[in-house]
Write a protein of this length. Structure first.
Length: 291
């Protein structure tokens, strides 16, 4: 079994990005600039956004954090999005999700200029991704594809099972694993209403768990020699950890790891790659690589 080290891979990619930023700026180009909008004080979102700001510093990007209280109106938030769309210094921006219930998330996502949508959530980017056109690919699936490539894991012609069908991870992940230029695999998507979920998982050469249920994938669901990617990051109370909680994956790591050829740990697997891919997208936005 080989551990897939997302933390080390992300650090290497961020160093590559920082080097490219140095070259761009030496050529007189502007410093790439990522803005993040954070509404309210959700613990998980605070941590993600803080880590995104740190990653920007590591890559040599400028970053802006725009904070609002949870009682901001939808119209006020839309105004902020419009301002960022028009701000020529901002190359890309994200609105951290989830948003308070009185705000229509989809409306906010669709208000973002797709050329600055480094999260890859806008329907134009989702649609372009689905038919293999240049676009911003949402960060977690892009991070997983990057890990598979950097570890030289063969995916072409393999059987891949994706657990979960969220717009952010499950659906785009399945699309990428299907596409010739990325996974080129045979792909099955399973979810909470799939009757033969366990049997499907047992057939998988590559199993990607993004179901959001801690320890859901047990050893009896994994084929000998499979590649297992754990996207789960459920915050579980744990007084022995800093901050009073720990991150729990979707895979029962202790019993599954021994059966795998490759496996991602939680933390230190997919999580750091998600933020790293957001940096990759921001650099692309600054260079206008996609448009
Ligand atoms: N909430 C959880 N993951 C993400 C993400 O990748 N982007 C944004 N904007 N919000 C999130």
């Amino acid at each position: 079994m080989q551990l897939i080290d997302g933390k080390a891979t992300a650090a290497a990619i961020k160093a590559e990005i920082a080097e490219e930023v140095r070259r761009l700026m030496a050529d007189g180009k502007k410093q790439p600039h990522l803005a993040a909008v954070l509404v309210g004080h959700d613990g998980g979102s605070e941590t993600y956004v803080k880590n995104k700001v740190i990653a920007c510093e590591q890559c040599g990007f400028k970053s802006s954090l725009i904070r609002f209280e949870a009682d901001i109106t939808e119209a006020e938030l839309l105004n902020c999005v419009h301002r960022l769309n028009q701000d020529e210094d901002v190359d890309g921006f994200i609105v951290q999700l989830p948003l308070p219930k009185h705000i229509d998330e989809q409306k906010i996502i669709e208000a973002i200029d797709y050329r600055k949508d480094v999260d890859g959530f806008h329907p134009i980017n989702v649609g372009r991704m689905a038919i293999g056109l240049p676009c911003f690919i949402s960060a977690t699936p892009l991070g997983i594809i990057t890990l598979l490539q950097r570890y030289g894991i063969k995916t072409s012609g393999k059987k891949c099972v994706v657990l979960g069908r969220s717009n952010i991870v499950g659906k785009p992940m399945a699309q990428l694993m299907l596409q010739k230029q990325y996974g080129d695999a045979t792909v099955t998507i399973c979810h909470s209403h799939s009757p033969s979920l366990k049997e499907e998982c047992r057939e998988a050469d590559i199993l990607i768990a993004a179901i959001g249920q801690p320890n859901f994938v047990t050893a009896d669901m994994v084929k000998e020699g499979a590649v297992v990617i754990d996207v789960g990051t459920t915050r579980v109370e744990d007084k022995s950890h800093k901050g009073g909680f720990r991150l729990n994956g979707d895979v029962k790591y202790n019993e599954v790891a021994a059966k795998c050829s490759f496996i991602t740990p939680v933390p230190g697997g997919v999580g750091p790659m998600t933020i790293c891919s957001l940096m990759t997208n921001t650099l692309a936005a600054a260079k206008h690589t996609y448009y």
